[in-house]
Design a protein around this ligand. Structure first.
Ligand code: CU
Length: 211
C-alpha cells in the first residue's frame, strides 16, 4: 500500500466512519498523468485566453469600430421630449411624412427609435462634427447605418451619444437590425449628408466616420 492510501494519516478508515460518506478514495496514483503535448496545448490555450483578455481593454481604445460613446440614463419620455424640441427648433422640410431636421454645426442632434420608425430625418453637413444622441422609446432597437456598416444597440432608458463627422455626402438609410415586433422589417430612417456648401450630391456614395 502506498503512503497516499493512508488518507493523510488520519487513522484507520473504520475509526473515521461517522465523519465520511462511506466512500473511500482510490488508493495509489489512480489518475493518468498529463502527456507533454496536453500540457503544451493547455499552455497555448491559457496564453491565448490572456491575449484575448488583454485585447478587451486594448481594443476599446485602439479599435476603430468601437467608438467610446457617451452613455447616460434618460427617461424615454424625456428623451422623446428632447427630440420633439430638436425637431421644432431646426426643421427645414418633410420627407415621406417625416420632418427633415438640419441642425447647426457642432450641435447635439437626436434620433429616436420607436416601433417602428427612426425619427426624425437628419440633414447633416459633410466635414462637420455633431454629437448624435440615440435612444429608444419602447424596446431594444438596432441602429444600422446603410450602406455604411455602422451598428449600435439602442436601448430604452439610455442616451447613447456619439461624436460623428460625416465624411461623405449622400443619402444614407437607417435600418433596425434588432427584432422589435411585427413592424420590424419596415423600421426605416434616413440621414442626408450635404456637401460642405449645403447642396446634396446627385448620386449616393457611402462612407462615414464615427469617432
Ligand atoms: Cu427592429
Amino acid at each position: 500500500m502506498s503512503g497516499r492510501g493512508e488518507n493523510g494519516g488520519g487513522g484507520a478508515p473504520e475509526e473515521r466512519q461517522p465523519m465520511t460518506t462511506g466512500m473511500q478514495s482510490p488508493k495509489g496514483r489512480w489518475w493518468i498523468p498529463a502527456h507533454r503535448s496536453e500540457k503544451v496545448w493547455f499552455a497555448i490555450a491559457f496564453a491565448w485566453c490572456m491575449v484575448l483578455f488583454a485585447m478587451m481593454p486594448l481594443w476599446h481604445w485602439k479599435g476603430g469600430q468601437n467608438p467610446s460613446g457617451i452613455r447616460r440614463k434618460v427617461e424615454p419620455a424625456a428623451f422623446e421630449a428632447r427630440v420633439n424640441q430638436f425637431v421644432a427648433d431646426y426643421q427645414v422640410g418633410e420627407l415621406n411624412g417625416f420632418p427633415v431636421v438640419e441642425p447647426p454645426p457642432g450641435s447635439d442632434i437626436y434620433m429616436i427609435g420607436r416601433m417602428w420608425s427612426w425619427y426624425p430625418v437628419l440633414k447633416l453637413r459633410k466635414g462637420t462634427e455633431y454629437t448624435l444622441h440615440l435612444s429608444s422609446k419602447d424596446v431594444n432597437h438596432g441602429f444600422s447605418l446603410y450602406p455604411v456598416n455602422i451598428n449600435f444597440q439602442i436601448v430604452p432608458g439610455y442616451d447613447y451619444g456619439l461624436r460623428i463627422v460625416p465624411t461623405e455626402a449622400g443619402d444614407f438609410g437607417v435600418i433596425c437590425n434588432e427584432f422589435c415586433g411585427v413592424g420590424h422589417h419596415m423600421m426605416l430612417g434616413k440621414v442626408l449628408v450635404t456637401n460642405e456648401d449645403g447642396t446634396m450630391p446627385g448620386e449616393r456614395t457611402a462612407s462615414a466616420e464615427v469617432q
